[in-house]
Design a protein around this ligand. Structure first.
Ligand SMILES: Nc1ncnc2c1ncn2[C@@H]1O[C@H](COP(=O)(O)OP(=O)(O)O)[C@@H](O)[C@H]1O
Ligand SMILES: [Mg+2]
Length: 306
């Protein structure tokens, strides 16, 4: 479903658009399985290792939506959920990937009318002269209507203090996220410490984000499972020896590096992708190979990303 369109504005904005194929407006029909109402959510997030709290939160949002619909049908008050979110986590813990996935899932649930995903950072919001920032930020919000606006390293908006235009961007965001006509979800993301500092500088901001997600660093076992998942997705397989080598390295990396400099699952992805290239070069030297050889990444192929 859906088509991907990349818009290159300042080289920074990615827009993923969806097309509604079957216009079934009753979200019951579209999303729910009678026996297991959360089956679709479990499926959608099945390739995400861990993240149990996130999965639970999505189920709560969905259940709330469904029950609200039923309440409305019998004439009871229904409340619209505010779904703006804060994502706190070190690099490579899945913040961007999850936000992008939520745009898709919320579209399928009929929470979002368009389900597109706009990724932005400071330079996309902050302008160069008075009034410029408010305009730039408003334009971005307009583009995000019906979808998700994801602002990475959001704390950088508070970088320059009171006189900085970043403050104007924050004020503009706040104004529009409270507006009942605004139909978009704002997600601010960043390192945990920086995000906490940012929130402390802007009292009143935290309360506007009812959903706060902590993206914890992965354990070695989780990282290995992510590596397995990534190789399976690509129809490759790590030999036992390759897995041991990866495990030893992950243990060492986690001991030696500070948390914020270890790139978690991104490190694993880079390692797998490099190893796939090395595997390809190795096989190029042979004239014949079996299906198994085309899939197996050996200890020597495994190239550890620095
Ligand atoms: N729990 C997870 N399970 C599987 N893959 C993951 C998980 N978390 C992150 N990844 C993968 O790791 C890579 C980096 O994730 P990303 O969303 O870019 O992290 P962040 O935005 O927090 O820096 C992506 O390829 C993503 O698919
Ligand atoms: Mg990211």
């Amino acid at each position: 479903m859906g088509s991907q369109v990349s818009l290159n504005k300042n080289g920074q904005i990615n827009i993923v658009l969806h097309e509604r194929e079957n216009l079934v407006l009753d979200s019951n029909e579209q999303f729910r399985n009678e026996n297991d109402p959360f089956q679709k959510i479990d499926q959608e997030f099945s390739s995400f290792i861990g993240m149990n709290r996130l999965k639970e939160t999505i189920k709560e949002i969905y259940a709330n939506l469904q029950i609200n619909e039923r309440r409305e049908r019998v004439g009871l008050k229904a409340q619209k959920q505010v779904l703006h979110m804060l994502f706190k986590g070190n690099p490579g813990t899945g913040k961007t990937t999850v936000a992008r996935k939520l745009a898709e899932v919320f579209y399928d649930m009929n929470v979002l009318s368009k389900g597109h995903f706009i990724e932005a950072e400071r330079a996309d919001l902050v302008g160069e002269y008075i009034g410029h920032t408010a305009q730039k930020t408003k334009d971005l919000i307009n583009k995000a209507m019906g979808g998700i606006l994801f602002i990475d390293e959001a704390y950088s908006l508070a970088r320059g203090g009171e006189k900085d235009f970043g403050k104007e961007a924050i004020d503009t965001l706040v104004k529009h996220m409270e507006d009942s006509h605004s139909e978009f979800i704002l997600i601010l993301a960043g390192y945990p410490n920086e995000m906490d500092h940012f929130l402390s500088l802007n009292p009143g901001l935290a309360s506007r984000f009812p959903i706060v997600m902590d993206f914890d660093d992965y354990s070695v076992d989780q990282l290995l499972e992510i590596a397995r998942q990534m190789t399976i997705d690509r129809e490759y397989q790590l030999t036992k020896e390759a897995e041991w080598k990866l495990k030893d390295y992950l243990i060492k990396q986690k001991q030696e590096r500070s948390n914020s400099s270890f790139a978690n699952a991104r490190f694993v992805r880079n390692t797998i992708e490099k190893s796939i290239r090395k595997h390809a070069v190795r096989l190029m030297k042979k004239s014949q190979y079996s299906t198994e050889e085309l899939m197996l990444i050996t200890r020597n192929d495994l190239t550890l990303e620095k």
